[in-house]
Design a protein around this ligand. Sequence first.
Ligand code: GTP
Length: 177
Amino acid sequence: KIKKKEANILIVGLDNSGKSTVVQYFQSGGKRTEVTVPTIGFKVEKFQNAGLTLTAFDMSGQSKYRSLWERYYSDCHGVIFVIDSSDTMRMAVASNELLLMIQHPEMVKNRSTTTTGVPILILANKSDLQVAIPIGQIRAELGLDEINTHPIHLEASNALTGVGLHAGLEWLSDQII
Ligand code: GTP
């Protein structure tokens, strides 16, 4: 099916989760249009993939920059939240960041087309690693079954090969009317 949509997609996640690799993968399959570095802490990249025009805000995983990313919440149509499936030590930190983000007023306010919060695609990245936590356990640790304010989809991914990325982006695209 052919889609033509403009969407601002935030790509967020802790440092080393694979955000840059995800962006690079989507860019290589699509057309990069512009890169801007407005300020320290993150870069903004605009590119096209699967009929979507994506503006990726590749946020620094450092929470000291959180106030910078929050400025972009109001104009965001979807989120790709990247998790390192092998990072057992910081799964609770990732879970906390996810909750902070989805509870932010700009993320739950009534949107023009829908009354639910912005859709969140969670990539359980690095699923290729032997030490990766099983997807069911990640779902439980993130408490995804308790979240009913946002459409949420969990997809195992390998950003190095692209496994899971297209399926995940398709889901996100379908959520954006
Ligand atoms: P920061 O810039 O620190 O915020 O990191 P980031 O989230 O942008 O992560 P980045 O894309 O730089 O990836 C971190 C490391 O993980 C790199 O060495 C990547 O090659 C590696 N990596 C990313 N995705 C995968 C994956 O799916 N599987 C494996 N095995 N390695 C991955």
